[in-house]
Design a binder for this molecule. Structure first.
Ligand code: ATP
Length: 353
């Protein structure tokens, strides 16, 4: 049984030329943390709000554990919410904030259960404090404990980590993921941060302009992007046009292995970490390093090859400098991108990162 099924959901706001959410469909399986990832304005929050019941779809439907919920108000959908700004009650202690949500628990058991939830999110000694006496990460954990207090079938989280500073964000993210997994809870995370979506979610939907462009595991969407948008939104990518003949395509970077096999004109994506740079001149694919960016664990280069700029990553042990001549080689097949209808051969594109 699916925990959630969203079918063909559309929402149009007055004054917008395109729907904010356009025929979106996806499913969340039991125990899964599902991500909605995309740039600002692509419709992530509106999708989440329609699942929660704060917003109604113009078309389509939402099923939670196979029950249609579109006509139900938010409090009858059995979902919990965690927002970016924590939204704790400032005049209630931490414990009372968590107890507040426990409508389903008999009054005499609420305090014990709230204390348990606070322990579960790693907050044991702050029960009696007021929200403004806690750090941002602690407040967000209280918000999660409060959301879990109502015993939801599904936890909806809208950019829950984005108000935390970097160090706290990483740690809170790891702890929350571990907690959700330990408890076997289902959750949907809305985020515009690719790294967050890749590391936090079991599967994710990449959204663009109201539509889902691809659904898959983090590895699938990263290594096998279906569209140019997905390839470029999830990290950097070099795009090439080519003429495909089975598993090989002729491109401006020479003959490249491609996957999946295709025929005719195709648009290809090659990740910067799949390009190897070696010293020296000679060979067909010779370029010049024009920029170098040290990023700690690796180095990113821009290499001018003929009239193109190609982006490549190397390990920190391989160092090149602007002006140096290098040879380029692809060490993985380039990925054949598809259009939204699933057919190969796409828009013309220049190689860029
Ligand atoms: P962000 O990450 O910036 O929150 P998002 O992907 O969550 O973006 P939404 O908030 O879902 O995007 O918004 C999608 C589009 O719908 C945007 O163009 C937004 O301006 C518009 N929109 C959202 N809510 C309303 C509303 N109540 N009335 C009119 N337009 C709206």
């Amino acid at each position: 049984m699916h925990v959630l099924e969203v079918r063909d959901m559309t929402r149009r706001f007055a004054g917008m030329t395109h729907p904010a959410v356009d025929s979106v469909s996806f499913r969340v399986e039991p125990g899964e943390i599902f991500g909605l990832l995309g740039p600002s304005g692509c419709g992530k929050t509106t999708t989440l709000r329609m699942i929660a019941g704060f917003e109604s779809p113009d078309n389509g439907t939402v099923l939670i554990r196979e029950r249609e919920v579109v006509s139900l108000p938010p409090e009858r959908r059995n979902v919990g919410f965690v927002f970016q700004d924590y939204a704790l009650f400032p005049h209630l202690s931490v414990l009372r904030n968590v107890m507040f949500a426990m409508r389903g628990t008999p009054a005499r058991l609420r305090e014990k259960r709230a204390a348990e939830l606070l322990r579960m999110v790693g907050l044991t000694r702050v029960d009696q404090r007021m929200p403004d006496e806690l750090s941002g990460g602690q407040q967000q954990r209280v918000a999660i404990a409060r959301a879990l207090g109502a015993d939801p079938q599904l936890l909806l989280m809208d950019e829950p980590f984005s108000n935390l500073d970097v160090a706290l964000r990483d740690a809170t993210r790891r702890e929350v993921r571990a907690l959700l997994k330990e408890q076997g809870l289902n959750a949907i995370l809305v985020t515009h941060d690719q790294e967050e979506a890749l590391s936090f979610c079991d599967r994710l939907a990449v959204m663009n302009a109201g539509k889902i462009e691809q659904v898959g595991t983090p590895e699938e969407v990263y290594h096998h992007p279906r569209t140019a948008f997905v390839a470029q939104f999830l990290g950097r990518s070099n795009l090439f046009e080519g003429e495909a003949d089975g598993e090989i395509a002729r491109t401006s970077m020479g003959a490249l292995s491609i996957r999946p096999a295709a025929h005719g004109r195709v648009l290809l994506s090659l990740r910067p970490e799949h390009i190897v740079l070696t010293k020296g001149c000679g060979g067909e694919l010779e370029g010049e390093v024009v920029a170098r960016e040290f990023r700690g664990h690796d180095l990113t280069y821009r290499v001018r090859y003929e009239d193109r700029s190609i982006i490549a990553h190397t390990e920190y042990t391989h160092s090149f400098y602007p002006g140096q001549r290098v040879r380029l080689m692809a060490r993985e097949p380039a990925v054949v991108l598809r259009d939204m209808n699933g057919s190969a051969a796409l828009v013309p594109g220049e190689a860029h990162g």
